[in-house]
Design a binder for this molecule. Structure first.
Ligand SMILES: [Cu+2]
Length: 690
């Protein structure tokens, strides 16, 4: 199924069969290929063919034309229908693909030779077991990253965002020149070690992709997914300790869809009218003459603060959808279902549909230019589901803009019947102001060309999507009101502080696990966070853990409800992800900001010597944010409270920022869920409750 660049046979079945624990797992032999005609399965691309004849496209100003390649859909593994009780085997392996018709071939890491990986479809309530094999090796041994990781040094001490976001450049280990940059230390020594996280799955900790549990090439990890969850969009991706950002960037990501009877009854657009769309930005390497080599480039802006070197999380000027840069798709003039995933390493996307018929509004423009925003179709996107499944009812995002941080999914309906004969673009409006400077990020993600012909489309937007959805509330008496009006009079609390970079010289933002302390603490004590309370008191919090390997402090009983308080004390926005179960955001509060920081947070002390004021109401929690979710963008100065029921699985889990650079550095921590009777015997278990 795969072809590696040097044509050596990939590590595969033979070594696999030699392992004692492989059981009877069959290789994948049944893959459905959605669509026909213009679309071709992604894996055909590993022969290096462009996807069909290149179209004329539109100039991007970045050396590649937009909309010259057709959108592809990944192959589908219908695990529920074809494999019965047999485990599926899915192998991570290197493949050679074409990201754009104007590019030479690109080496990537894939599952089963496909980028994105095959979409795994399952039925709710039917367990699937998967044997994840690390096949990322050749005769010489484990593979090295298929790209270079370079740092653009600060320019006269100032972070050089402009050069970092331009296409091109290469590691100066591969030759000198103005566009050669120092490789990030040790990245050329990294070899493939993998562990798969099923993002959004409720399953025991040993199936969840614990970051330390990486497998070497040739090794296999069997995971069970009970799928005892409602219909939803999950995705699987690598989660290896300290190098997740590189493994995911190399291509290790794919969709996993749970379907159920509620979804069936909605009779939503399906088949060719249901599209998975994994959106991710990349940068590309050039040679000494400035020509694209086909190699991906992991190019970051370097920073130096107080003599400590760091990097800004990676972003790139090229946007891929399903592994193709700026694809285009012909669609019938009828309702379509778009299953959106922000698969970027760090870029928060603000998605909107824009009308660009006859080239109108196609020139790169900053998003604050009226000519740019004039093309936005404000009522085009209708959200029907979030990370954790369907909303109660269809909900258009405010102003037609859907913000999604890395890791977030959105189930979206679009009535292309109302856009008959139009050409529209899915755009990321975030930071497109940078387009004001040529050679920087492009707003376009992909294009839809809507057929002129009228189609009889019986689909009508349902008024109710999922009667199982209920808004959870935390009453003023401390009692939780959850599904079906059920009252929960006991719950646990977790306190997480997010602090800006450069606190006491640290290069990166940090995530602190906090515990409430009783009594007085001297005002000049480092690391103490004080927050004034409504009743005139003060909540005093101190970190009990900062780094991943610090001891576990969050232990919950299985079946507990828990409110996670995430307090953002300044710095960049963070898409915070909690593993294991679904959550709902209860409240979102906001402290005023000065230059993006929370006044009162002392960078030298890493503390708030005087209590932060009682925060005001923050961004309203709209119907989409109020959906069942596992990842939320938390902005500077926000204090969000998130409620979840830690039921149905046990073990060690993780929570982290889904900006993968942050996750790999200092923003991931463990938590543990154990049966309550067992917890009683577990010395030193913590957790406050009321
Ligand atoms: Cu972050």
């Amino acid at each position: 199924m795969s072809t590696t660049e040097n044509d050596t046979p990939p590590v595969g079945s033979q070594q696999y069969e030699n392992l004692a624990h492989t059981g009877s797992a069959p290789p994948i032999d049944v893959i459905d290929v959605p669509g026909h005609g213009e679309e071709r399965r992604s894996s055909e691309r590993d022969r290096g063919e462009p996807h069909g004849a290149a179209l004329p496209g539109v100039d991007s100003g970045l050396g590649l034309r937009k909309f010259v390649d057709r959108l592809t859909q990944p192959p589908i593994i219908r695990a529920w229908r074809r494999f019965g009780e047999q485990p599926i085997r899915i192998r991570a392996e290197e493949a050679v693909v074409r990201l754009h018709a104007g590019l030479p071939r690109t080496r990537v890491w894939t599952y089963e030779g496909c980028m994105p990986a095959p979409t795994i479809e399952v039925r709710s309530g039917r367990e699937v077991r998967i044997d994840w094999e690390n096949g990322l090796a050749d005769r010489r041994g484990p593979l090295h990253l298929p790209f270079d990781v370079v740092r653009v040094p600060p320019n006269a001490g100032v972070t050089d965002f402009v050069r970092a976001l331009q296409p091109g450049g290469r590691s100066n280990a591969r030759g000198g020149g103005d566009d050669a940059y120092p490789p990030l230390a040790n990245t050329q020594d990294i070899t493939a070690a993998t562990v798969v996280h099923m993002h959004g799955a409720l399953t025991d900790g040993h199936n969840d992709g614990w970051a330390h549990n990486v497998a070497l090439p040739g090794n296999v990890t069997r995971c069970a997914y009970p799928n005892a969850q409602s219909a939803r969009t999950l995705w699987y991706h690598d989660h290896a300790m300290a190098v997740t950002r590189f493994n995911v960037h190399a291509g290790l990501a794919g969709f996993y869809l749970i379907r159920d009877e509620v979804e069936d009854a909605l009779d939503l657009p399906r088949g060719d009218e249901e599209l998975v769309l994994a959106v991710a930005d990349r940068n590309l390497e050039t040679d000494e003459k400035g020509r694209f080599t086909g190699r991906i480039l992991y190019k970051q802006a370097g920073t130096v603060q107080n003599g400590i070197a760091g990097e800004i999380p990676v972003t790139g000027p090229f946007t891929m959808v399903n592994g193709t840069i700026w694809p285009t798709k012909n669609v019938d003039a009828r309702w379509h279902r778009l299953r959106l995933l922000n698969a970027s390493n760090s870029r928060v996307m603000r998605f909107a549909l824009h009308d660009t018929t006859d080239g109108h509004g196609q020139a790169p423009l900053p998003s604050n230019d009226p000519a740019f925003t004039a093309t936005r179709i404000a009522d085009a996107l209708v959200v029907i589901g979030t990370d954790g499944g369907f909303l109660g009812k269809p909900s258009p995002p405010a102003d037609g803009v859907l913000e999604m941080g890395p890791g977030e999914r959105a189930d979206v309906l679009v009535d292309f019947g109302a856009l008959r004969g139009r050409t529209v673009e899915l755009r990321n409006e975030n930071n497109t102001v940078l387009n004001a400077r040529p050679g920087q990020s492009e707003a376009s993600a992909m294009q839809f060309v809507v057929d002129r012909r009228q189609v009889r489309d019986p689909f009508r937007l349902p008024r109710v999507l999922d009667a199982r959805y209920a808004r959870w509330t935390h009453r003023s008496d401390g009692v939780l009101e959850v599904d079906g009006g059920r009252l929960v009079d006991h719950h646990e609390h977790a306190w997480i502080g997010v602090v800006p970079p450069r606190v006491r010289g640290a290069a990166h933002p940090e995530m602190w696990e906090l515990k409430e302390v009783e009594g007085d603490v001297p005002a000049d004590t480092p690391d103490v966070i004080r927050i004034a309370t409504q009743d005139g008191g003060v909540t005093t919090l101190r970190p009990v853990a900062k780094l991943f390997d610090d001891t576990v402090t969050l232990r919950f009983g299985e079946g507990d409800w828990a409110v996670w308080n995430i307090v953002h004390l300044g710095g960049p926005e963070h898409p915070m992800h909690i593993h294991m179960t679904d959550f709902q955001m209860l409240t979102r509060r906001q402290w005023p900001l000065t230059n993006g920081n929370v006044p009162g947070f002392d960078m030298t002390l890493g503390a708030t010597p005087t209590p932060l004021p009682v925060p005001s109401a923050g961004r309203p929690i709209d119907a989409i944010t109020a959906g069942r979710k596992d990842t939320w963008v938390v902005k500077p100065g926000e204090w969000v409270s998130i409620l979840g029921e830690l039921a149905g699985a046990t073990g060690s889990f993780m929570y982290h920022c889904h900006i993968l650079d942050h996750e790999d550095h200092t923003m991931m921590r463990p938590f543990v869920v154990l049966p309550k009777p067992l917890l009683a015997f577990h010395a030193g278990h913590g957790g406050g409750h009321h």
